[in-house]
Design a protein around this ligand. Structure first.
Ligand code: SAM
Length: 339
C-alpha cells in the first residue's frame, strides 16, 4: 500500500517536472525556435533563441528525458508533445505549462501567508517576471475557442449588438483577446478595454494593431473602481474579472448600470463555483478549487451565478444566466431596460 502511494506520488511529481520544463521552453521560445530550425545542436538552438548555450544544453537533456524532445547524436528535434507546446500550435499545450508554474508560485505564497492571513492582492501575479507576459496568452488560448464556438453563437446579446453596432467595453481586459474576437466578428462595434497591469495594456494595444483593429479598439491602464467613460456603452463585458473586484461590488454594479445605454447589457463571464462541495471532486472542477486558494491570496474568491444575478437586480439590471463547459463556466447577462 505504502509503495503504491509512493509510486502514485512519483508519477505526479514527474508530471509536474515535465510541465516545469515545458514552461522554461515556452518562456525562452525554445519550442518555436526548434520548430523553425529542424534538428539542431543545443548551441544552434541557443543562438536561434538568443539565450545561453549552457542552460539550453541542460534543458535539452531534461526535455529529452521527459520526451519533449527526440535526439540523434547531438542534434535535438521536437517530439509530438514538444511540438504541441509551441505557442502557435493548434490547440497549444502552452497554457498547461504556464498554469503549472503560476500554480506553484501561488501555492508557495499561500503557504507563507497562511499564518498571518495577509492577502497581498493582484500584485502577486507580477512577482515572477516570466509569468506575467504569458498570463494573457494563457487565458486567450484556454478560453478563446470556447468564446468563439460556444458562447458567441449561443448568447443572444452578441447578435443583438452585432445588428446595432456601437461601443463595447471590457473591464479587466487582460491582453484584449475578447474585444479582438468580438469586434472582429461585429464590424459595427468599437471597443474600449481597461486593465490594471500596463503589461496587459501594452500587449492588448499591439495585438489589436497586428489584427488590423487598431483604429476600432483602444486600451488603457486603470482601476475598474474608478472607471469613467463619457459616452454610453452598448455592452460592458467582464471576463474572470468581477470576482477580482467583488468586495467593491456595489460600486462596480453602479458603474455598469450608469455606463450602459438603455437596451444595453453587462455580460459577466465567471467560473461557476458549484452549489455542492462534492462537485469539487470532479476532475473537470477540482482545478477551480485549487485556483480559489490562489484567488484568496489575491484578495478574491469565486462566485455563484445567483450572487452575480442578485447584485445585477440591485442596480435595476435584468439578469439571465447561461452555463457552458458542463456547467463550469457561467455567462450572466444583465440587461438595462430600454426607455
Ligand atoms: C483573470 S484575469 C482575466 C483577463 C481577461 N478578462 C481574460 O479573460 O483573459 C483578470 C484581469 O482583471 C484585471 N483586474 C483585476 N482587478 C482589477 C482592477 N481593480 N482594475 C483593473 N483591472 C483589474 C487583472 O489585471 C487581470 O488582467
Amino acid at each position: 500500500m505504502a509503495n503504491d502511494l509512493k509510486q502514485q506520488m512519483i508519477t505526479r511529481m514527474q508530471g509536474a517536472a515535465s510541465l516545469n520544463l515545458a514552461f522554461v521552453g515556452v518562456v525562452n521560445g525554445l519550442f518555436d525556435a526548434l520548430h523553425r530550425l529542424g534538428p539542431a545542436t543545443p548551441e544552434a538552438l541557443a543562438a536561434a533563441a538568443e539565450v545561453d548555450a549552457g542552460y539550453v544544453r541542460r534543458w535539452c537533456d531534461a526535455a529529452y528525458a521527459f520526451e519533449l524532445l527526440e535526439t540523434d547524436d547531438d542534434d535535438f528535434r521536437l517530439s509530438e508533445t514538444g511540438d504541441a507546446f509551441r505557442t502557435d500550435a493548434e490547440g497549444t499545450l502552452m497554457p498547461f505549462a504556464v498554469q503549472a508554474v503560476l500554480g506553484a508560485h501561488m501555492a508557495e505564497r499561500a503557504a507563507g501567508l497562511m499564518a498571518t492571513g495577509e492577502r497581498p492582492g493582484e500584485a502577486v501575479l507580477a512577482e515572477r517576471s516570466t509569468i506575467l507576459p504569458f498570463f494573457g496568452p494563457m487565458l486567450e488560448k484556454t478560453f478563446g475557442a470556447m468564446f468563439a464556438e460556444q458562447i458567441l453563437p449561443n448568447v443572444p446579446i452578441f447578435e443583438e449588438v452585432n445588428q446595432k453596432g456601437g461601443l463595447a467595453v471590457d473591464l479587466g481586459c487582460g491582453n484584449g483577446w475578447y474585444l479582438r474576437a468580438l469586434c472582429g466578428r461585429c464590424p459595427g462595434l468599437r471597443g474600449v478595454g481597461l486593465d490594471g497591469f500596463d503589461e496587459h495594456v501594452r500587449q492588448a494595444t499591439d495585438l489589436a494593431a497586428a489584427a488590423g483593429l487598431g483604429d476600432r479598439l483602444r486600451f488603457a491602464e486603470g482601476d475598474i473602481h474608478d472607471f469613467r467613460l463619457d459616452e454610453p456603452a452598448d455592452l460592458i463585458a467582464m471576463n474572470r474579472a468581477l470576482h477580482h473586484v467583488w468586495d467593491g461590488r456595489d460600486n462596480v454594479m453602479r458603474i455598469l448600470a450608469d455606463h450602459l445605454a438603455p437596451g444595453g447589457a453587462a455580460v459577466i463571464w465567471e467560473p461557476r463555483w458549484p452549489d455542492e462541495r462534492s462537485s469539487l471532486r470532479h476532475p473537470r472542477t477540482r482545478g477551480m478549487a485549487f485556483q480559489n486558494l490562489a484567488e484568496h491570496v489575491q484578495g478574491n474568491h469565486f462566485l455563484r451565478p445567483a450572487e452575480v444575478a442578485e447584485a445585477m437586480r440591485g442596480v435595476g439590471l435584468v439578469p439571465e444566466i447561461h452555463t457552458f463547459a458542463g456547467g463550469n463556466e457561467a455567462v450572466i447577462v444583465g440587461r438595462k431596460l430600454a426607455g
